[in-house]
Structure formats: structure tokens, C-alpha cells
Ligand binder design. Structure first.
Ligand code: COA
Length: 386
């Protein structure tokens, strides 16, 4: 019997050619392309197709896919009705999960995945991937308006993915700088090897469940603070610190109490997460281009990073992607409790790429366990128990 490793640390759960992390050098690549190059040169539309298909698309392929995404933005009226029936206090991740799972009711067809000669049915897989990727930001924006007592804003086909996202969220023409920053954020969050939510997607996909079930499972997994939920916690933490000069003392107190510092540390990286470096650069770009009043949270984050480097750097604990993403989203006017949903919008591309890869050579996940319970014993009827 093999040894049990908590958190399955270091245990390969799959073979994959989608993305790779060099945690010592701090390099993340999608399909072999370094994230820094994709962040600078690609778009979310192109990167999501790269993840799904495994290669950079031709101009024609990209145009076709882009058009498919634009034409698939509308969400069924029934989903809107369903969302309106949910309490306005519902966390956006719960709403996203509910809405995505409900969408599946309208798009049956996953039985083709188990037909011996049609598995994997690439048309079905591609069409469902387009529907899901296109609708995720729309659902997020719908909820933002519904929970505030308004009707959702209709999507527009003349805008790019990121432009339409910001347009639907704010109800006004998207700011080009913010749209380009949002696009880079979506590229950065689109994929990250076999993390907890991707693993959940793989496990669900391996049962040949519908892609809506697959993405709903992954959304639920991403929602926890140890995974996607950390960027919300980072903002609360920076607000609690209050001023850059408090960072060191605050950090020492937390570490003394053995508390977690949100946005720091990663199972895979022993250096600073390359995505954190790019996000920090985006914030600096925003300051250079816009000047004026920029969030003091950024200054506090820089002070905390410097203090943490001294204390936690020797353990290989440095800022991860969540450390700077939240401050950037807050600066763009995105409500704090929507941060993880923005992450989910982007990561849907990676989840679906893994789903497709899993189906191409599927075997249901069925790990083993180390039983630590009682040996076989006999049932004692209620009146004989002490
Ligand atoms: N704050 C304080 N100490 C931390 C830390 C953090 N955020 N992350 C790791 N450490 C410390 C641990 O206490 C441990 O110290 P020890 O060896 O003295 O016991 C050491 O660094 C190794 O950490 P460990 O918990 O074993 O790493 P892990 O791989 O199991 O956990 C995370 C990885 C991401 C769950 C963890 O770093 C964490 O909880 N980070 C904060 C949450 C977060 O930002 N999540 C988003 C990830 S993208």
C-alpha cells in the first residue's frame, strides 16, 4: 500500500500538456508559451482558444471563435427569473454556481460522451465550451444588477470579451485602459495546472457528467479562501493594516499567533508567483497613465510584501496571484465579493481545456484511502446500548 500524502502533495493526478509551472524559477506557461508573453501579446479570446485547442489559432480560426463567443452571450430568460428569486445577500460565487448548474438543464446532450463511437464528440465539447466561456461574465454582471434591484444590462456583440464584461458591469462605455487591464487579468487567471478546482473538474468530468456539472463543481471548489477566495481576504487584511508603516508590526503579530497571511504562499512556487509580478506591473502602469488618487491599499501591499519577504521568504513564501489582483479589481470598481467570480470567469477556459483532455483518454477517478476506523463489529440494538 502506498503512503498517504495529505493534500496529495507531489502525487501526479493526471498527465497533461495544457500548462506547466517551474516553481523554482517562477515560470508559468500555457501550451508552452510563457505567461509573460501571453499577458503582453495575446488576448483572452485567443488564449482561451489556445488552451482549448492546444495551438495558437490562425487569424480565421480566431475570428470564427470570437464571433461564436459574441453570439453566445445571451442568457436564457428563465435563468434571469431564477436569479431574481434568490436572496440578494447570496454570495456571487454561490449564484454563479447555481446559474451555471441550471444552464445545464437547457443544454442536454452529454450522453454523446458515452456513445462508444462518438466519444469525445468534439463539436459538442467545443459548442458547450463556447457557451460556458461566453456566459460566465454575463451571469456575473446579471447578478450585480439583480442583487441591487435592477434589471440586468443586455450584452453587446460589438464589444470584445473584456469590453463587454466591463460594459455590462458598469452600464457605461468601457474605459479602454481598464478593458486592456481586465483582458490581461483574464489571460493571467485562465489556467494553472492541476489545482484544487481543476482537479474537481477532472473528477466530475471523468464520470461523463455534463460540462455544466463540471464547471459548477469547479466553481464550488474555487470559492474557498484557500483557493480563489483569497483575493477577497487580501483586501480585508490590507484595510485592517490601515497604513504602510503598520505593516511590519501587524505581520509580526499575526505570525506570532500562527495566523495565515492571505495572498502569500503557494504549493507550487518557491519564489514570487510570476502572475503577481505582472499584476503589480499593471498597477504601476495604471498609476503612470492615470496618476491622481490611487488606492492607498497598493502602498500597504508593497510594505507588507517587503516585510513578509524578510520573515517568510526563507520558507519560500512570497506573493501569489491573489496578492495584487484584488487591489487592481477594487481600483476598477469591481465589488470585493465579486473578485473570485472574476477569477472563475477566466479559469473556465482552463477547466474546460482539462475536461476536454480528460475525455480524450478517460478513466473514472477512484482513488483509494487509508482506513483508520474500527475493525468489523456487531450492531447493538438501541435498548442494549449503555
Ligand atoms: N502565511 C503565513 N505562513 C505561511 C503562509 C501564509 N500565507 N503560507 C505558508 N506559510 C508557512 C506555513 O505556516 C509553513 O510554515 P512551517 O513550515 O513553519 O509550518 C510553511 O510556510 C509551508 O506552508 P504550507 O502550509 O505547508 O504550504 P501549503 O503548500 O500546504 O499551502 C497555501 C499553500 C496556498 C494553502 C498556503 O500558502 C496558504 O494558505 N496561503 C494563504 C491563502 C492564499 O493566499 N491562497 C491562494 C493561493 S493562490
Amino acid at each position: 500500500m502506498s503512503a498517504y500524502l495529505p493534500g496529495l502533495e507531489g502525487v501526479p493526478a493526471t498527465e497533461s500538456n495544457i500548462s506547466d509551472i517551474d516553481g523554482e524559477k517562477g515560470i508559468l506557461s500555457y501550451r508552452g508559451y510563457p505567461i509573460a508573453e501571453l499577458a503582453e501579446k495575446s488576448t483572452f479570446e485567443e488564449t482561451s482558444l489556445l488552451l482549448l485547442d492546444g495551438r495558437l489559432p490562425t487569424a480565421h480560426e480566431l475570428a470564427v471563435y470570437d464571433e461564436q463567443l459574441r453570439r453566445n452571450r445571451r442568457v436564457k430568460f428563465n435563468i434571469r427569473t431564477l436569479m431574481k428569486a434568490l436572496p440578494a445577500t447570496g454570495h456571487p460565487m454561490e449564484i454563479l454556481q447555481t446559474a451555471v448548474a441550471s444552464l445545464g438543464v437547457f443544454y442536454p446532450g452529454n450522453e454523446c460522451l458515452s456513445a462508444p463511437d462518438a466519444c469525445p464528440d468534439l463539436d459538442y465539447i467545443h459548442n458547450m465550451s463556447v457557451k460556458l466561456i461566453a456566459r460566465m461574465p454575463v451571469i456575473l454582471c446579471m447578478w450585480e444588477h439583480i442583487r441591487n434591484g435592477y434589471d440586468p444590462i443586455e450584452p453587446r456583440v460589438d464589444l470584445s470579451f473584456s469590453e463587454n464584461f466591463l460594459y455590462m458591469l458598469n452600464g457605461k462605455e468601457p474605459d479602454p485602459l481598464y478593458a486592456s487591464i481586465m483582458d490581461t487579468c483574464l489571460v493571467l487567471h485562465a489556467e494553472h495546472t492541476i489545482n484544487a478546482s481543476t482537479f474537481a473538474a477532472l473528477v466530475t468530468g471523468s464520470t461523463l457528467a455534463s460540462p455544466y456539472g463540471v464547471i459548477a463543481a469547479a466553481i464550488g471548489t474555487l470559492s474557498g479562501p484557500l483557493h480563489g477566495g483569497a483575493n477577497e481576504k487580501v483586501i480585508e487584511m490590507l484595510q485592517e493594516i490601515g497604513e504602510p508603516k503598520n505593516a511590519k508590526v501587524w505581520l509580526d503579530k499575526k505570525l506570532k499567533n500562527k495566523e495565515k497571511i492571505w495572498g502569500l504562499g503557494h504549493r507550487e512556487y518557491k519564489v514570487k508567483d510570476p502572475r503577481a509580478t505582472i499584476l503589480q506591473g499593471l498597477f504601476e502602469k495604471l498609476i503612470t497613465e492615470r496618476g491622481g488618487e490611487i488606492s492607498p491599499l497598493f502602498e500597504i501591499a508593497l510594505a507588507l510584501e517587503a516585510a513578509a519577504e524578510e520573515r517568510l521568504g526563507p520558507k519560500g513564501v512570497f506573493p501569489n496571484v491573489d496578492f495584487y489582483s484584488g487591489i487592481l479589481y477594487a481600483e476598477m470598481g469591481i465589488p470585493i465579493d465579486q473578485f473570485t467570480s472574476v477569477f472563475a470567469v477566466s479559469r473556465t477556459a482552463g477547466w474546460l481545456a482539462h475536461w476536454r483532455e480528460q475525455l480524450a483518454d478517460n478513466r473514472i477517478f477512484r482513488p483509494t484511502q487509508v482506513y483508520t476506523g474500527e475493525p468489523i463489529r456487531h450492531y447493538v440494538s438501541l435498548n442494549e446500548r449503555g
